[in-house]
Design a protein around this ligand. Sequence first.
Ligand SMILES: [Zn+2]
Length: 123
Amino acid sequence: MGIKYSSKINKIRTFALSLIFIGFIVMYGGIFFKSSMWLMTIFMLLGLLCIIASTVVYFWIGMLSTKAVQVTCPTCNKHTKMLGRVDLCMYCNEPLTLDPALDGKEFDEKYNRKDTKKADSIS
Ligand SMILES: [Zn+2]
C-alpha cells in the first residue's frame, strides 16, 4: 500500500482507450499516403487492428469486472471494484485491501479519519 498507481481496471481502461486513439491516428495517417495504394491500405489495416484490439481489451475488462469485488470506498463513499487482494479505489485512488490479515482491523476507519474529526474533539 501507499504506492501511487491508479486502480487495475482503470489502467486497463486507459490502455483500451489509448488503443482507439492510436488506431484512429494511424488510420488518419494513411490519408497522407494516398499516392500509394498499398501503403494506405497497410495504415488502414493497422489502425483497424488497433481498434479491434481495443474492443478485445474492453471485453476483457468486462470479464474482469465480473470477477472483481464491489466495495464501498471508505474515503469517497463511492462503489468501486477491486481486483485481487489489494487495489486502489477507481475514484480517489485510496488503497483498499481484501487481505484477511488486514480485514479485521478496519484499517479504513482509522487511517481515513485521522485529520477530519479530531479538530472537533480538541476544542
Ligand atoms: Zn474512493
